[in-house]
Design a protein around this ligand. Structure first.
Ligand code: PLP
Ligand code: CA
Length: 295
């Protein structure tokens, strides 16, 4: 779309924007917490919003926890009580997507951790348990003879600490079956920032490896794609005009919010910095966000 209004939100203006909303969607890492530590003021702010009768939902690209586990983390860190139904993690949303997209009885080959497997189980999607790929011989060329499950009709890529060349081989062999085998990934975040400028590789790196091998593009469940918002909108009565997306990244959270016609609020507590924002503002490249708060 065209250029939208971008402004610092505080005081009366903040009250007006929040007052007009009945639902807020919160990104998690960088907005509510950083790793295991709640961000200052976040729990109290959400407590006030909940007390004012707002519906609070949580949308996170992190596929390494179930919606149940996010509910427990929110409680542990002092956020208002959230039922798992209000949590839309990329593991849950990916399982939901496959439940809808796969024919009955079809299974998924999963590059991911136990949370992804748990959400697939919960959604009733058959899947090969994550773990090391079975290796029929010592050399990679032998691995092309590893058994394939005839029921597999999708490869699902999420955060996988045990990603390996052997798993990449298996994924490619399933995908070589052709377009009848879907390639689905939880998200493209390619770096997970840690304290003090440190970082570790994100799921996007693993997705790229599979896409490169298979010579095709994955369907991405997470932000900035709208599928995650569509999940929220199909499970709750959502009016986009009365919904605010709160995030720390322009290229994922705010982009999804704008794509879906939501009011967007950037917190400047995570990935996107004030310096970046000012640079974009000066070069007039601010078309993909509408509201910001700076702290
Ligand atoms: N993916 C993984 C594996 C992560 O650990 C994180 C953040 O911790 C993310 C994605 C980003 O999550 P969010 O969408 O909540 O910022
Ligand atoms: Ca984030």
């Amino acid at each position: 779309g065209g250029r939208r209004r971008c402004r610092r939100l505080e005081g009366e203006a903040a009250r007006a924007v929040l007052g007009a909303a009945d639902t807020l969607l919160f990104d998690c890492d960088g907005v509510l917490w950083r790793g295991e530590a709640a961000l200052g003021g976040a729990a109290a702010a959400l407590g006030r919003l909940a007390a004012a009768g707002k519906r609070l939902c949580y949308v996170t690209n992190n596929s390494s926890r179930t919606r149940q586990a996010y509910g427990e983390k929110l409680r542990r860190l002092g956020f208002p009580p959230a039922t798992p139904r209000h949590v839309f993690g990329s593991a849950y949303c990916a399982a939901r997507f496959l439940r809808q997209a796969l024919p009955p009885g079809a299974a998924a080959y999963v590059l991911g951790g136990p949370a992804l497997a748990a959400e697939l189980r919960e959604a009733g999607v058959p899947h090969l348990e994550p773990g090391p790929a079975a290796l029929p011989g010592p050399a990679p060329a032998d691995w092309a003879r590893a058994p394939l499950d005839p029921a597999v009709r999708a490869v699902l890529v999420g955060f996988d600490e045990h990603f390996s060349y052997a798993k990449l081989c298996q994924a490619l062999r399933y995908l070589l079956r052709g377009p009848d085998c879907l390639l689905v990934a939880t998200n493209r975040d390619h770096r997970l920032p840690l304290e003090g400028g440190a970082a570790i590789p994100g799921t996007g790196c693993l997705v790229k490896a599979v896409e490169t091998a298979a010579e095709r593009e994955a369907f991405i469940v997470g932000k900035p794609n709208r599928y995650m918002f569509d999940c929220v909108a199909s499970e709750f009565d959502i009016d986009p005009a009365r919904t605010i997306m709160v995030g720390d990244r322009l290229d994922t959270d705010i982009l999804m919010g704008n794509t879906c016609g939501l009011t967007t609020l950037l917190t400047l507590t995570g990935v996107t910095t004030l310096e970046e924002l000012e640079g974009l503002w000066k070069s007039q490249k601010t078309s993909h966000f509408s509201w910001v708060t700076w702290k």
